[in-house]
Design a protein around this ligand. Sequence first.
Ligand code: AMP
Length: 283
Amino acid sequence: MTQLVHSNAELRLAMTGLASNICLVPTMGALHEGHEALIGAGKEFVGKDGCVVVSDFVNPKQFGQNEDFEKYPRNLELDQKIAHKAGAHILWAPSVEDVYPGQWPMEIENDSRFDILEGKSRPGHFAAVIEVVTRLFNIVQPNVAVFGEKDFQQLVLVSEMAQKRVPPVGILAVPTKRDFDGLALSSRNIYLSSDQRKVAHLIPDALKQGVLVASKGANKLEIKNRVIEVIKQTDLIEIEYIEVLSNDFKELAPGIVGRILIAAKLGNTRLIDNMPILLKEKL
Ligand code: AMP
């Protein structure tokens, strides 16, 4: 069975003599098949002598005041079963004090990309994400860590931080796992009412339509309009943003793979998704 540990001391003990090749899969728990895919990728990467540590920590710092920190789903027992099924060696569920010991403050240098897309409606979110991932890296000292493309902006920003570290941490990126109707799996999907859940597939449907019209020569405005048109089949989804950008969040030139990214609200539930997109070159 995957070993469940809490304190940093317990974690260190569990890791002693286990392996030199260590993979960290940071999560906020409420594990689902998306997380399983991350664990699977990590396991494959480190091989049979490696060790996969899954962190299970709902980081209070990365939630805004009116966000869902209090009601974020927590079920450690179920997480342990899922982590075990996926092949993780250790499930580490630290306390806030383990991750943020009082004597150890940390300043995260600001970056203009912290304030765009997700950062626009979630001020402070990415500085908090970079801080917590740095802290998790400092404690676990992994060789490699796994992140999902589902949170694309997080993946890009964390990858840069991980590369700059001494020694660097390798980042494995795993494609988004989707439900039967295309909705990206998310721990927050359980907040959806049955009516909201029935129409939520319009989010990935709309992104696919955006990708399709782009391949036929649509410009960015036309792509966004097509996305809006698909979503507007229901009035249960409110779009927060749709952006077509390069993979480093700049203007996307034709002929280079970039991303189409969306955030939308169904009632109080905020969902995000993204897909690769290619603008057709004008011949
Ligand atoms: P979370 O627990 O939601 O903070 O996510 C932990 C990690 O799992 C992050 O790297 C996410 O990008 C990744 N993740 C979440 N949902 C999915 C999904 N549907 N497919 C792939 N990765 C995911």
